[in-house]
Ligand binder design. Structure first.
Ligand SMILES: [Zn+2]
Ligand SMILES: [Zn+2]
Length: 311
């Protein structure tokens, strides 16, 4: 089933709201227990003005709720029910961070089974564990529908106009230090995110990225170089004269797909029409439209936020 343009716009808006480096950092901090402005400030290293703006935005979209604290002029920011549903995305971001940075995160304990928590993704339909290679991104099951994908990607890049990060913004935050995670820096960079999505949709050639994303060659080059440096993409020559290359996410890079599809699932679940349409991704192994489910690798139960504690 094709997604109407309303849905594509909803996905683009949702990604715009969540998948930026500031909001990703704020949400990670909130899941680690931050709820005061000053705690967010020290935990994320985001500038005061940006933090304030992003918290207002999350409050406006009812992901966080701003409530009075015991101090007359200070507020607490706590998750709404809808915000709490970002837990799975947050756990996947944590896993992605570990894989991409090579540093193990602080272990979490799943209190309901008593074991160390390790996230496992299963297909809600067949209950089998999901592997990144077994997910078919939109439309590919019945041939490429470039027009639809083009629309979707362009909606996202059009949304981002005016807010596009400067070239130098990759891997730096507004204060110039590097407190933020590699995931926030890469998924939170609009161009990096678009390139990853395009690649998941099997756009692999330099010229196709240019055409589809409406991106400047130097910007594209810089991002592709970054992906290779981080071991997230591999470059392969497919033509000798003149030399032409294609780019593919590595095994490590492909892991971004689980996070992005989780976010997409969360966005669609918040929209009546989106709910009816489903994810439009397909689990190759069973052929069902993909609804991914995150469970504890030990007990196979879906964890609740109050059952997860840092050890
Ligand atoms: Zn399945
Ligand atoms: Zn468990």
């Amino acid at each position: 089933m094709k997604a109407p343009s309303h849905i594509l716009q909803t996905i683009a808006d949702g990604l715009d709201l969540i998948a930026n480096r500031w909001t990703l950092s704020i949400l990670q901090a909130a899941f680690q227990g931050c709820c005061r402005f000053d705690d967010f400030l020290s935990q994320t290293g985001i500038s005061r003005a940006t933090l304030s703006r992003r918290l207002e935005e999350l409050t406006h979209h009812k992901i966080l709720i701003k409530t009075p604290s015991d101090h007359p002029r200070r507020f607490l920011y706590v998750f709404s029910e809808r915000g709490l549903e970002l837990l799975n995305a947050s756990l996947l971001a944590r896993e992605l961070e570990a894989a991409w940075s090579g540093q193990a995160p602080r272990p979490l304990k799943h209190t309901s089974c008593g074991h160390a928590f390790k996230a496992k993704l299963i297909c809600q339909h067949c209950k089998e564990e999901l592997h990144d290679k077994d997910i078919t991104w939109q439309q590919l099951a019945h041939g490429r529908d470039e027009l639809q994908e083009l629309n979707q990607l362009q909606a996202l890049s059009i949304n981002g106009q005016g807010k596009r990060p400067r070239e130098s913004a990759v891997f730096k935050n507004s204060t110039g230090d590097n407190k933020q995670s590699i995931v926030a820096n890469i998924i939170g960079d609009r161009w990096c995110l678009l390139i990853i999505i395009a690649n998941l949709l099997k756009v692999e050639r330099f010229d196709d990225f240019l055409k589809l994303l409406n991106i400047a060659p130097s910007t594209l080059n810089a991002r592709l170089k970054l992906f290779q440096e981080q071991g997230l993409m591999v470059k392969q020559q497919y033509q000798d004269n003149p030399p032409r290359f294609n780019y593919q996410l590595s095994k490590k890079g492909l892991m971004a797909g689980r996070f992005i599809s989780e976010l997409r699932q969360w966005i669609l679940a918040g929209d009546e029409q989106g709910k009816a349409i489903g994810s439009q991704l397909i689990h190759k192994t069973c052929g069902a439209s993909l609804q991914q489910q995150l469970v504890c690798g030990h007990c196979n139960e879906t964890p609740q936020s109050e059952q997860l504690f840092s050890k």
